[in-house]
Design a protein around this ligand. Structure first.
Ligand code: C2E
Ligand code: CMP
Ligand code: CA
Ligand code: CA
Length: 378
C-alpha cells in the first residue's frame, strides 16, 4: 500500500483492523490531547511495525499515524496477527496485554509531559518578547540611568574615577539591576542604540564633573559589550560622539571582556583603533571565562580587572591567592595595571595592596551611586 506524504493512516481512538510494516518512508505517531494539543510520540522508519496494539488488546487506537514522507507500507490483517497470537503460549499472551496496557498509560503521561514542556517553552518565549518590548519602551521613555561606582588608588584610597553601571529606573519595578536585562539587550539589536546612549551619557557626566572640578583627573570606565564592539560603525560612531561632545578620550576607559576576543583578529584591530583615538582599555572579568593567555601579550590594553570571584576567595583559599599572584606578576611583565574589583572589607584591600594591585573597586570603598551623589562626594 502506498501512502502519500501528509496523509493520515489512522486516527487515535478509532477501532483498528490492520497493522502496518514500513517498507520505505517515515511515519509519525502522535497523541491528541483532550484540548486538541498534539504531541509526537515517535517517528518510525523502514522495518518498524505500527498499529498492532489495537489488534492485540482489542482496544481503540492508542495514537494517530501520519505519513511524514511518501510511504510504502505492508498491510498485516487482524486475522493474520491474531491467528499467530492465538497459537502462542497463554502466559506470553497475558504478558503482552499487560505490557500494552502499561504502554498506553505511559504514552498518555509522556505526551502530557511533552505538551507541558512545549507550553513552558512558548510561555518563556512570550515572556521574553514582552520583557524585550518593555525594555524598548523604557529606553524610549528615558528610564535608563547611569550609576557610578568609585575606583580608588588602592594604597591611598584616593578617588581616581568610576565605573559606569547602567540601571533601569522603572516606575513600577523600581531600580532594576543590569543582571536582569543586559543579556536581553545584548542578544537583541537594542544594545547598539542603548550602548551609544550609555557612552554619550558618560561623556556628558564627565563634562559635568570636570566643569565642577576642573583640577580633578577623573576617569570613567564604560562597559562595552561584544556585540557593540563588533558593530561595523563602532569606531566611526565613537569618533563622532567624541567630537560632538568635545570630550578628551584620555578621561575614559573602555571595559571589554575576554569574550570579545573570540571574534579573533578583528576585535584586536578595533581595540587598537579605540586606543589610537585616545581611550584606555581595561580587560574585564579577567580569568573567568575564555582565558587565552596566548592572546594577552598581543592585546592593546592598559588595565586588567581582577574579577570579584577571585577577590571574594582570596583570604580563604590559598590556591585562589596564587592565581591572583600570577595574574599580577603577568600583568607587571606586560606593563599592565591592575584593578581589583569587588573588594568588600579592609582585609581584602590590604592583601591586594600588598600583592601589588594598583586600583581598587568595591563596596568597601563605595557602592554604585547616581551622578548627583557622586558629585557631592568629590
Ligand atoms: P561588571 O562589569 O563585572 O560590574 C561589576 C559588578 O559588580 C556591578 O554590578 C557592581 O555593582 C558589582 N560590585 C562592585 N563591587 C562589589 C562588591 O564589593 N561586592 C559585590 N557583591 N558586588 C560588587 P552591576 O552594576 O549589577 O552590574 C552587573 C554587570 O552588568 C556588570 O558586571 C556588567 O557586565 C553589566 N553592565 C553593567 N552596566 C553595563 C553597561 O553600561 N553596559 C554593558 N554592556 N554592561 C553593563
Ligand atoms: P495502535 O494503538 O493500534 O495505534 C497507534 C500505534 O502507534 C500503536 O498501535 C503502536 O503501533 C504505535 N505506538 C503507540 N505508542 C508508541 C510509542 N510510544 N512509540 C512508538 N510507537 C507507538
Ligand atoms: Ca565592568
Ligand atoms: Ca567585572
Amino acid at each position: 500500500m502506498i501512502v502519500n506524504k501528509g496523509e493520515i493512516i489512522f486516527h487515535q481512538d478509532q477501532e483498528g483492523h490492520q497493522a502496518f510494516l514500513i517498507e520505505s518512508g517515515q511515519v509519525e505517531i502522535y497523541y491528541t490531547h483532550s484540548n486538541g494539543d498534539i504531541s509526537t510520540l515517535a517517528l518510525l522508519t523502514q522495518g518498524e511495525i505500527f498499529g498492532e496494539m489495537a489488534l492485540i488488546d482489542s482496544n481503540v487506537r492508542s495514537a494517530s499515524a501520519k505519513a511524514t514522507t511518501d510511504c510504502q507500507l505492508m498491510v498485516i490483517s487482524k486475522e493474520q496477527l491474531l491467528d499467530k497470537l492465538e497459537n502462542s503460549d497463554p502466559t506470553i499472551r497475558l504478558i503482552m496485554k499487560i505490557l500494552l496496557s502499561r504502554l498506553r498509560s505511559r504514552n498518555k503521561s509522556q505526551a502530557a509531559a511533552i505538551n507541558q514542556s512545549q507550553k513552558l517553552d512558548s510561555e518563556n518565549a512570550i515572556d521574553h518578547l514582552k520583557f524585550e518590548h518593555q525594555l524598548n519602551e523604557a529606553f524610549k521613555k528615558n528610564e535608563f540611568v547611569i550609576y557610578h561606582q568609585p575606583i580608588v588608588d588602592i594604597s591611598t584610597g584616593k578617588l581616581i574615577g568610576s565605573e559606569a553601571l547602567v540601571r533601569w529606573d522603572s516606575p513600577n519595578k523600581g531600580l532594576v539591576p543590569p543582571g536582569q536585562f543586559i543579556d536581553i539587550l545584548e542578544n537583541s539589536s537594542m544594545i547598539i542604540p542603548v550602548g551609544y546612549w550609555i557612552i554619550e551619557e558618560c561623556f556628558k557626566h564627565s563634562k559635568l564633573i570636570s566643569k565642577k572640578f576642573p583640577k580633578l583627573n577623573f576617569s570613567i570606565s564604560i562597559n562595552v559589550s561584544g556585540r557593540q564592539f563588533a558593530n561595523a560603525l563602532f569606531i566611526e560612531t565613537l569618533e563622532k560622539l567624541v567630537q560632538q561632545n568635545s570630550i578628551d578620550p584620555k578621561n575614559f576607559k573602555l571595559e571589554v571582556t575576554e569574550r570579545i576576543l573570540m571574534e579573533g583578529g578583528a576585535a584586536i584591530d578595533v581595540l587598537s583603533k579605540c586606543r589610537q583615538i585616545g581611550f584606555e582599555i581595561s580587560l574585564d572579568d579577567f580569568g573567568t571565562g575564555f582565558s587565552s593567555l596566548q592572546y594577552l601579550p598581543m592585546l592593546p590594553i592598559d588595565y586588567i580587572k581582577v574579577d570579584r570571584s577571585f577577590v571574594m576567595n582570596i583570604l580563604t583559599n590559598s590556591k585562589t591567592k596564587s592565581v591572583v599572584d600570577s595574574m599580577i606578576y603577568l600583568a607587571r611583565k606586560l606593563n599592565l595595571k591592575i584593578i581589583a574589583e569587588g573588594i568588600e572589607n579592609e582585609k581584602e584591600q590590604k592583601i591586594l595592596q600588598k600583592m601589588g594591585a594598583d586600583l581598587g573597586q568595591g563596596y568597601f570603598f563605595s557602592k554604585p551611586m547616581p551622578l548627583d551623589e557622586l558629585l557631592s562626594k568629590l
